[in-house]
Design a protein around this ligand. Structure first.
Ligand SMILES: [Zn+2]
Ligand SMILES: [Zn+2]
Length: 77
C-alpha cells in the first residue's frame, strides 16, 4: 500500500491551515482501491471516499481514482 499525504489547509468547518489530504492506493491481483481522506486535526472534521475495482457502482469514476474528490488534486507518487 502506498500513501501520499499533504497538508492543504482550508478546513470547511474551522478554516484551519493544518487540514491534510491523504491518498492511499492498494492493489493486489484482483482488487485495486483508491481512497482519499481529508482530516482536520483542529476541529476533527473528516471526509473519506474510496473507489474499489470490484464495485460496479464505482466503475465510472474508477479511472479518475487518483484525483481527490474534495480538492481535486492529483496524487503524486
Ligand atoms: Zn477544522
Ligand atoms: Zn484532497
Amino acid at each position: 500500500m502506498s500513501r501520499d499525504r499533504q497538508t492543504i489547509g482550508g478546513c470547511p468547518k474551522c478554516k484551519s491551515a493544518t487540514m491534510t489530504c491523504t491518498y492511499n492506493h492498494f492493489q493486489n491481483d484482483e482488487l485495486e482501491i483508491h481512497s482519499w481522506e481529508h482530516k482536520c486535526p483542529d476541529c476533527g472534521h473528516r471526509e473519506t471516499s474510496a473507489l474499489r475495482s470490484d464495485e460496479e457502482d464505482d466503475a465510472e469514476d474508477f479511472p479518475h481514482g487518483d484525483k481527490c474528490p474534495y480538492c481535486g488534486r492529483i496524487a503524486s507518487m
